[in-house]
Write a protein that binds this ligand. Structure first.
Ligand code: APR
Length: 306
């Protein structure tokens, strides 16, 4: 397996480390800044004897090195600064991703592409359209991170292991995300039955604001430890053809009554990428909120000129 990561910043370089250490494949790290990816790859290579590990990693500013990759992770672009919404990265990052997508199209036709750059849902459909790849091949990492955050916050509240929590979040990877208490479980019991009323609402709110909370605390840049873990998890599911269900930003073609937009939904992930979209049974309110955020994405996407 050849796995390329475009963008060797915080998220990209930590993802490279996780993928290499997990032995998921040969890793190629690319960044537009001269020698940045190269330098990081040397550093990552030096860890091999200490870790007694035999991974291969290469770093370069030459995008041609992604040729014939099996998996490509896109983290290129700007990260949020304090007070900035993910959506504000829109115009800058869409220009960057157009260029990156054209390169992927000409160099790695068979790749599964995991988009990470924000605003995630818009960047995912942009990559899908510009590459012209099949919808199973192009998807985004965002909602699985949100679900991890929700699970972590629930576990902390209940003083339980995170392993006992199954958290469900759908929708856009942004302020409009929908953490779903009705579909989240604590050891098989609906979260609604374990934590009630206002307290659940507070946990939901905290989950939605978690990324911004981290951005504000860091002062420069946005989260990268949990995001890189979520990317590595998705890549592992593809490499090992796990066929497990995970939240991903996927292209909808009628599912949930939505067409022609990428948004976070539970999916079965395996060697073909998105192999199935799982349609949850949403109540009236959840459906309404989900449709509203999908329509907003559609509107925003129509303002990009490709
Ligand atoms: N090709 C390759 N790399 C690029 C390009 C390009 N065309 N344009 C920018 N980059 C690189 C930058 O040089 C930088 O090193 O992308 C990297 C981004 O790294 P960081 O600024 O550290 O950002 P990071 O925290 O990694 O986040 C990257 O992921 O989670 C999202 O919102 C986040 O959109 C952001 C992305």
């Amino acid at each position: 397996m050849k796995i390329s990561i475009i963008g060797a910043g915080n998220v990209g370089s930590l993802t490279a480390m996780r993928l290499a250490q997990a032995g998921l494949g040969d890793v190629v790290l690319i960044d537009i800044l001269k020698d940045l990816a190269f330098g990081k790859s040397l550093d990552l290579e030096d860890a091999r004897p200490i870790l007694s590990s035999h991974y291969n990693i290469e770093g370069s500013e030459d995008i041609n090195k992604i040729k014939d990759s099996d998996i490509i992770v896109i983290t290129a672009g700007m990260a949020r600064r304090p007070g900035m919404a993910r959506e504000e990265l829109f115009s800058k990052n869409s220009q960057i991703l157009k260029g990156v997508s054209l390169n992927i199209k000409s160099l790695a036709q068979g790749a599964k592409v995991i988009v990470v750059t924000n605003p995630l849902d818009l960047m995912t459909i942009l990559v899908l359209k510009v590459t012209g790849f099949k919808p199973n091949q192009v998807f985004g990492m965002g909602i699985s991170l949100d679900a991890a955050r929700f699970a972590n916050i629930i576990a902390r509240e209940l003083k339980l292991s995170v392993n006992d929590i199954e958290a469900m979040v759908i929708g856009a990877h942004g302020e409009a995300m929908l953490p779903l208490p009705s579909h989240s479980k604590v050891k098989g019991v609906s979260l609604n039955k374990v934590i009630t009323g206002e307290r659940v609402e507070q946990l939901v709110k905290e989950t939605i604001g978690r990324g911004a909370e981290i951005v504000a605390a860091l002062g420069t840049g946005s989260a990268f430890f949990a995001p890189s873990a979520a990317i590595a998890r998705m890549a592992g599911m593809i490499v090992k053809d796990e066929k497990k269900i995970i939240g991903a930003c996927a292209y909808l073609d009628g599912e949930y009554g939505i067409k022609d937009i990428c948004i976070g939904v539970p999916c079965r992930l395996g060697k073909q990428g998105i192999e199935k979209i799982i349609e949850l049974d949403l109540n009236k309110e959840e459906k309404k909120a989900f449709l509203k955020s999908a329509n907003k994405l559609k509107e925003q996407y129509s303002s990009i000129t490709i």
